[in-house]
Design a protein. Structure first.
Length: 197
């Protein structure tokens, strides 16, 4: 896969990460983002994943990934031992998102969080006009097979950061593979945040 065909979220994350940095990707999936960062930013990368199949795919691709449920914390990592911790498309799927964020901020000097905006205008229209849980490109699951446990918006996450004195160093909002600057809580499908504590 060429750099141009990676999801725009990966391009934003790659832009935020310094070359040669240490990276811990929590919920790394098949390792696509880790592979991109190793190739383009020469990072020292490690992934954490719960799915055995995803881990096998990562190992087959030569990535360093270990199995762990991040809901139990990151006790094997020392404070500020990693330059960047990534929680991309993971936060809404963990049982304890507050613990995951706090542990990521403890372990990482900076934390990158990305999630689907459940208050995106298309989702709102589907709920209002169809009276059903939305199914969209950023939320492709039916209510009965979704891995998502928590439904948050960009506004919810900004408020969470304010309440917990988490510094938002940068943010990007994406819809239809382009950036959104006007009313991102309404028009952004995905929110990405670069955080520090």
């Amino acid at each position: 896969m060429t750099k141009e065909t990676h999801p725009i979220e990966h391009k934003v994350i790659s832009r935020w990460i310094s070359s040669g940095a240490s990276v811990l990707d929590l919920g790394c999936g098949d390792g696509e983002l880790l592979s991109l960062l190793i190739r383009n930013k020469q990072v020292r990368a490690q992934g954490v994943e719960v799915s055995e199949q995803a881990i096998q795919n990562c190992v087959a691709a030569g990535l360093s990934v270990f199995q762990q449920d991040i809901d139990t914390g990151l006790t094997e990592f020392a404070d500020k031992s990693v330059d960047y911790v990534i929680l991309n498309q993971t936060l809404q799927q963990v049982k304890k998102p507050d613990l995951a964020i706090k542990e990521a901020l403890r372990v990482g000097k900076k934390v990158i969080v990305g999630f689907p905006n459940f208050c995106y205008i298309v989702d709102r229209f589907q709920i209002f006009f169809r009276g059903k849980v939305p199914v969209t490109p950023s939320l492709p699951y039916e209510w009965y097979n979704t891995p998502n446990l928590h439904f948050l918006s960009i506004a919810d996450f900004k408020e969470y950061c304010r309440k917990n004195q988490i510094k938002v160093e940068d943010a990007a909002f994406i819809s239809k593979k382009r950036g959104v600057s006007f009313l991102p809580n309404l028009f952004g499908e995905v929110g990405l945040f670069l955080l520090s504590k």
